[in-house]
Every structure is written in structure tokens, then in C-alpha cells.
Design a protein around this ligand. Sequence first.
Ligand code: PNS
Length: 159
Amino acid sequence: MKTKVICPGSFDPVTLGHVDIITRASKMFDSVVVGVLNNPAKNSSFTTEERMELLRKATAGLQNIEIVEFDGLLADYTRERGITAIVKGLRAVSDFEYEFQQALFNKKLNPELETIFLTSNTEFMYLSSSGVKQVASLGGDISSFVPECVHDEILKRLK
Ligand code: PNS
């Protein structure tokens, strides 16, 4: 059976940590859906389409990737799409409690759905989209946080 998994997130904006998890998932599974949360209630810095476009560019070298937007429950979306597992990165113990709770909610809502955690690369353990936004807005250098091909685009928006 072919395995289709999802890497869900806000990706506001994509970081090198996200790309690392997506790349590793793409080597482990037949196909990887990168699900960009479309939540108008969330005050995002980039529109859903912009976040998707940045992801498309950042993962252009990967063959088995599909970038999609989703709204509503992830448990419902995965059921509709025949996705068997959620793949998420865990950076530190501080991520664990939130992610564990989400995984249990998702399991309850869709018992067929598994959640798989990949440990963050040590290089990216501290990295977050909100951190990138703060550094950029205060004039700092974000070149070691975001993919080179989308660096200028991200910086232009956040400066
Ligand atoms: O990058 P983020 O913001 O940590 O991603 C969070 C995301 C999108 C994975 C999570 O908020 C999500 O799955 N939202 C959809 C609503 C849902 O299904 N929630 C889980 C049950 S409470």
C-alpha cells in the first residue's frame, strides 16, 4: 500500500526547520501533502496563497510533494484525502505537551489516523516562524533561518 502523509502547519512563513521535516518525510513516505492552514481568524503575516507559494519554491527540488490549503479539522481533511498519518517535527520538550494533546484529539476524531513525530535537527531546534518574524522586523539577519530562494521575499514583507 502506498503511504500518503501530511505535514500540516501555519508556515507563516516557511523556515529551514519546516523544509528539513518535509524533506525527511518525503524520503520516508510515498507522498507528502504539505497542508497550509487557512484560518482567517488567525492574524497571519502572509496570505494563504503567499505561504503556499513560498513553500512551493522552498520544496521545488522534491518530487513527491503536494502543497495544499486546508481549513476545518485536520482529522476530517485527512479522512477525505486518504491520508494515513500526520508528520510533525518536535523541537524540544516544550513542544511535546501541545503536540501530544493535538495528536490525541486527532486520534479521537479519526481513529485511523496516526501521528508521527520526527525529532528536529539540532541545527533548527530553536527555530520558529514567530522568531523569524521578530528578528526581521527588528532589522536582524534571517539568512540562516529561511531558505535562500525565498529569503528576499520574506524579508521584504517583514521588514
Ligand atoms: O504551524 P502550527 O501553527 O503549529 O500548525 C498547527 C496546525 C495547523 C497543525 C493545527 O492548528 C491544526 O491542525 N489545525 C486545524 C484544526 C484541528 O484539526 N485541530 C486539532 C484538534 S484540536
